[in-house]
Design a protein around this ligand. Structure first.
Ligand code: RFL
Ligand code: PHB
Length: 399
């Protein structure tokens, strides 16, 4: 693929944020180049998110990445909490009029890549960005930022009016912003998630988020024959220290209902991994010619299913601001980008923290926290107003 050495928008990273941004810009007639450090097969096979908010579904439809999602994705109207053996159903559709879609991030990314390459790119894999320079300065005719990257052992420079860092939490773009102009906020949790994929039909039609004395468990799915499930485990757990039988036994113990009405379906486990839990925000999400979007700017623990959806929301706001700048010359929306995006980011940070602290149990943790979590779940069970607030946040707030 031929890659120009000048572009309007250089996009670092081809996760959901970078890929979707490139599609939204095409629709606005704005040229961009996407540079991705990993090979295509690696990007297309990373097991991650599974839940799409209704607004995420809508934007994938708008750009034409909906054919497989609409035939193979699984629309869900609600989900359940299993709170110490008692079931509490949150009927999102009845409470808020909208639900979510189960459609794996791997599938979203596959479709976005195929569509982008069909359109002729430019999208370059195995192209690692090492530095972003000339960050400071006005947008437009008075200079461009420089992105340095290596592809096939050769170093290249890409000049761009604007650089968007969509390169995830460990990317390089955030580091190009002068340290004194960024403030970071962080919380690291005293537990991780052990995640499995299994050739087993889902145990129930909807997702189950369980809190038990032994800790948190989540039952999700990827298709009518594939289960995705998670267990709270101590930090630094070695995934190979868990036998497959022990994983199923633990999932069964934590998701069981007191009346014995819940049955876990088991099957061969095909993948096991461990993910730490973190909340993180970098403010502001812009410095000069550099903008940050998605995990490059913020991380949420996966309990609220918000990470992918936040990345999508960021680039929707940014694409509109870039279109307004190119169309009218006004930088008003670009100047507002960080504040606009951060309002949603902090709502999602709060929701994810709330779900996380309500549902996990720290062994030998503070008994006060344990009592608060139990009381919190009792309020979810007893108050429709409270369930409505959870449903609104889970299915996604309007942009
Ligand atoms: P990504 O997906 O991390 O993509 C960043 C890309 O940048 C590339 N890159 C570079 N490229 C060039 N040069 C460099 N120097 C580069 N450095 C990095 C990387 O290779 C990569 O391809 O970020 P993006 O696009 O912001 O998307 C964010 C989402 O991936 C993330 O928030 C979600 O996966 C989080 N998440 C969930 N989100 C949800 O909305 N719903 C869920 O149900 C959900 N479940 C999850 C999750 C994340 C999980 N893990 C593994 C962290 C479940 C798990 C277990
Ligand atoms: C998933 O299906 O991977 C998933 C679902 C819901 C979450 C997190 C992950 O909250």
């Amino acid at each position: 693929m031929s890659v120009p050495d000048r572009t309007t928008v250089a996009i670092v990273g081809s996760g959901p944020a970078g890929l979707l941004l490139s599609h939204l810009l095409v629709r606005q007639g704005i040229d961009s180049v996407v540079l991705e450090s990993r090979p295509r097969e690696r990007v297309e096979s990373r097991q991650r998110a599974g839940i799409l908010e209704h607004g995420t579904v809508d934007v994938l439809r708008e750009i034409g990445a909906d054919a497989r999602m609409d035939t193979q994705g699984m629309p869900h109207d609600g989900f359940a909490f299993h709170a110490h053996g008692e079931e509490i159903r949150v009927d999102m559709a009845a409470l808020t009029g909208r639900g979510v879609m189960i459609w794996a991030q791997t599938e979203v990314v596959r479709d976005l890549i195929a569509l982008r390459l069909e359109q002729g790119g430019p999208l370059l894999f195995s192209a690692e960005v090492s530095a972003v320079e000339k960050v400071d300065g006005p947008l437009g005719d008075d200079g461009q930022a420089v992105v340095r990257y290596t592809h096939d052992g050769v170093e290249h420079e890409l000049h761009a009016d604007v650089v968007v860092g969509c390169d995830g939490f460990h990317g390089v773009t955030r580091r190009a912003i002068p340290g004194e102009s960024v403030r970071t906020f962080e919380r690291v949790y005293p537990y991780s998630w052990l995640g499995i994929l299994a050739d087993a039909p889902p145990s129930s039609e909807e997702l189950v988020y369980a809190r038990h004395d032994r800790g948190f468990a989540l039952l999700s799915m990827r298709s009518p024959s594939v289960t995705r499930a998670y267990l709270q485990v101590p930090n630094d757990t070695d995934p190979s220290s868990w036998s497959h039988e022990a994983i199923w036994d633990e999932l069964e113990a934590r998701t069981a209902l007191a009346d014995g009405s819940f049955t876990l379906s088991r099957g061969p486990i095909t993948d096991v991994s461990v993910t730490p839990m973190r909340s993180y925000v970098a403010e502001p999400m812009r410095s000069g010619r550099v903008f940050l979007a998605g995990d490059a700017a913020h991380i949420v623990p996966p309990t609220g299913a918000k990470g992918l959806n936040l990345a999508v929301a960021d680039v929707q706001v940014l694409a509109e601001a870039l279109a307004s700048w190119r169309g009218t010359g006004s930088q008003e929306l670009l100047d507002a980008y960080s504040d606009t995006a951060l309002a949603r980011v902090w709502r999602a940070e709060h929701f994810s923290w709330t779900m996380t602290t309500m549902l996990h149990r720290v062994p030998d943790g503070d008994p006060f926290d344990d009592r608060l979590a139990r009381s919190h779940l009792r309020q979810v069970a007893s108050s429709q107003a409270y369930r409505t607030a959870i449903a609104e946040n889970y299915r996604g707030l309007p942009l």
